[in-house]
Each structure stands twice: as structure tokens, then as C-alpha cells.
Design a protein around this ligand. Structure first.
Ligand code: AMP
Ligand code: TRP
Length: 335
């Protein structure tokens, strides 16, 4: 590639209030932060994607989008290394989405498991058939436009996104076959260590389970959450042996203290350490670890001028690359 850096793109869809949790941080953001020096990197907030299930709540989506962007920056994505922007600020995503939608066989998108899951979820919520939109069916096509509009080579995502990336690769191939070679086939970068972060109740950490520690949590919130967290059920007293692999407090400690946690696990197993001590130490570690992130995100959300400026510059940088791609696309399609 003539010494040109490879292009890496990733995005996150704002859900709920937007604040990201430790699972998002460990499973995605942390990796992006490491990769930003090796690649030409684009990181965006997929705010239009939130319309696929929440089209009645546009003010909430806008606010949630800003929270996600603040968490990106507070977690260490550096605007001078990586374009950070909102999808809705780069209209080229929409133009490419329209063109790709014309060459997407309906069968491809109807088969995607996330479509079926979201359709079932909406019907369980009693929202009726009219909440299942044409846009929801097209979710992976919009996601493909997000990726191809930067002619991205690699896309770091969680395992749950593998089916979407498969559509992206097939659409890139189909476009290239129909109109000429414009797009590289984007590779999913699914990390080896993509084990999921355990939530406070022992299930996977997730916004929808209410078991998450957020990057926005104050020391008091962290302390309350950890106090009520799930530990080894059979461990009633300090001297009972614990099973750290199944204990949410031990698992979170491993994240907070990746080099030193082993000693505490051995003590837990041997009945030499009680859950109270474990929880107290975990709280202190989480508070210290998350403090700089929380302070930075709060500052960004209070002084909105700085955040607006980062997002404006990010979109400007993104649009340069996206406009180049759209020129190639229009040429290839004779428009
Ligand atoms: P979501 O909030 O589920 O849309 O996820 C956004 C990103 O965070 C994806 O890349 C997920 O793979 C990652 N992620 C979410 N929850 C967890 C978790 N509990 N452990 C590890 N990664 C997670
Ligand atoms: N669907 C992704 C998620 O839920 C978010 C997303 C939208 C995305 N467009 C993308 C991820 C493009 C990577 C590349 O996490």
C-alpha cells in the first residue's frame, strides 16, 4: 500500500442514556486506543443507527450520542490521532447507504439474526408491527456504508457483529463485480481475548441487565454497586472456600488489577480472604482507575465548546476521505 497506513474504522451505537460501561471499555474502546497509532483511524458514534429502534426519541439519541463521544475521548482516543465524529455529520454515509440498498438482495438482510432478535424484542415490548421499520431491516446495509465509505481495511468489533461484517464483505464484493473495483473487503478484527466482562450479578455486563459499572459512575455509586455484587454463593464466611472464576467481585478485580489479582484469588480459594475485604479493595481500585476517565468526561460534557470542536474537526477529516470514495463510486456507477 505504498507505505500508506491501513484504514481502520469502528463505531458504537448510542443506547439508553449513552454512557458506556466497563464491558464496552474492555471489549472495544481499550483496543481502539491501542490501535489508533498503527492505523489511519476513524471512530464514530452511530447515531442514525439508534433510529432503527428509537425513532420517536430523537432528543434522547442526540444527548446519548454526545455521551458516547465524551466517553471515547475520556478513555484515551486522541482527536489528533483519530477522527472522532457523529455519523449524522457525514451525509456521505447516507448516500452510499442508498446506493448499496439497491444492490442488496432482501434475503440477505432478512436472514441476519440481529434483525430477527430486534423484531421479536419490539413485539415483546408490545410496540406492534409498525415499529419494525424498513430502516431496521437495512441496519447492516447502513453499517456497510459506514465501513465502505472510508474504504476501511479493518473493523474491530465484538463477536456479536460477525454476521453484519459478513454482509459488508459480500456487498463490497458484489459492488466491485457489478461496477468495478472500488472497495477493499473489510476484515473483522475480533480479538482473541474477547471474553466478555462479567456484570455485578454474574451475567455478561450489559446495559439491559442493569448490572453494569459505567464510566460515569461516582465513587458512591461504585461503592454501592460493589457492596451488592454477586460473589460465590456457597461462601458464607471468610473461611469458606471461594470460586473466583464465578465471582463477579473477583472477576472485576482481575480487570482492575491485571498483574496483582492472583494473590487475592488464591486467598479467596483458600478461605483466607472474606468477601467484605474483597469488595472494599475492589471499590478502591475501581474508583482510582475510573476517576481520571470520569473527570475528563464530565469536563467535556460541561464545557461543550471543546466537544463540539472535536466532533466538528473529526467530521471534517472524515468527510475528506468519504468524499473521495463517493467520487469513485459515482464514477463507477456512471452518475
Ligand atoms: P453494545 O453496548 O452491546 O452495543 O456493545 C458495544 C461494544 O462493546 C461491542 O464491541 C461489544 O462487543 C462490547 N461489549 C459490550 N458488552 C460487553 C461485555 N460485557 N464484555 C465485553 N465487551 C462488551
Ligand atoms: N452495529 C454496531 C454495534 O452495535 C455499531 C456500528 C454501526 C458499527 N456501524 C458500524 C461498528 C460500523 C463497526 C463498523 O456495536
Amino acid at each position: 500500500m505504498n507505505g500508506e497506513k491501513r484504514v481502520l474504522l469502528s463505531g458504537m451505537q448510542p443506547t439508553g442514556t449513552g454512557a458506556l460501561h466497563l464491558g464496552n471499555y474492555m471489549g472495544a474502546l481499550r483496543k481502539w486506543v491501542q490501535l489508533q497509532h498503527e492505523y489511519e483511524m476513524f471512530c464514530f458514534v452511530a447515531d442514525w443507527h439508534s433510529l432503527t429502534t428509537r425513532f420517536q426519541e430523537t432528543e434522547k439519541i442526540a444527548e446519548a450520542g454526545r455521551q458516547v463521544a465524551a466517553d471515547f475521548i475520556a478513555s484515551g482516543l486522541d482527536p489528533s490521532q483519530c477522527a472522532i465524529f457523529l455519523q449524522s455529520h457525514v451525509p456521505e454515509h447516507a448516500e452510499l447507504h442508498l446506493l448499496l440498498s439497491m444492490i442488496t438482495p432482501i434475503g440477505w438482510v432478512e436472514r441476519v439474526p440481529t434483525f430477527k432478535e430486534k423484531r421479536d424484542l419490539l413485539s415483546e415490548r408490545g410496540e406492534g408491527d409498525e415499529s419494525v421499520s424498513y430502516g431496521l431491516l437495512g441496519y447492516p446495509v447502513l453499517q456497510t456504508a459506514d465501513i465502505l465509505v472510508y474504504r476501511a481495511n479493518s473493523v474491530p468489533v465484538g463477536r456479536d457483529q460477525a454476521a453484519h461484517l459478513e454482509i459488508s464483505r459480500e456487498l463490497a464484493r458484489r459492488f466491485n463485480r457489478l461496477y468495478g473495483n472500488v472497495f477493499p473487503e473489510p476484515q473483522a478484527l475480533i480479538g482473541e481475548d474477547s471474553g466478555s466482562v462479567m456484570g455485578l450479578d454474574g451475567r455478561k455486563m450489559s446495559k439491559s441487565y442493569g448490572n453494569a459499572i459505567y464510566l460515569s459512575d461516582t465513587p458512591e455509586m461504585i461503592s454501592d454497586k460493589v457492596r451488592n455484587a454477586f460473589t460465590t454463593p456457597a461462601k458464607m464466611r471468610k473461611t469458606d472456600p471461594g470460586v473466583p472464576e464465578q465471582c463477579a467481585v473477583c472477576q472485576l478485580r482481575r480487570l482492575a488489577d491485571p498483574h496483582g489479582y492472583m494473590v487475592s484469588w488464591e486467598e479467596d480459594r483458600a478461605g483466607e480472604r472474606g468477601c467484605m475485604q474483597n469488595k472494599k479493595e475492589l471499590t478502591e481500585m475501581l474508583v482510582e482507575w475510573l476517576r481520571p476517565i470520569r473527570e475528563r468526561r464530565t469536563a467535556l460534557l460541561e464545557n461543550t465548546g471543546e466537544l463540539d470542536e472535536v466532533l466538528r474537526q473529526g467530521a471534517e477529516k472524515a468527510r475528506i476521505r468519504a468524499a473521495e470514495t463517493m467520487k469513485l463510486v459515482r464514477n463507477a456507477m456512471h452518475f
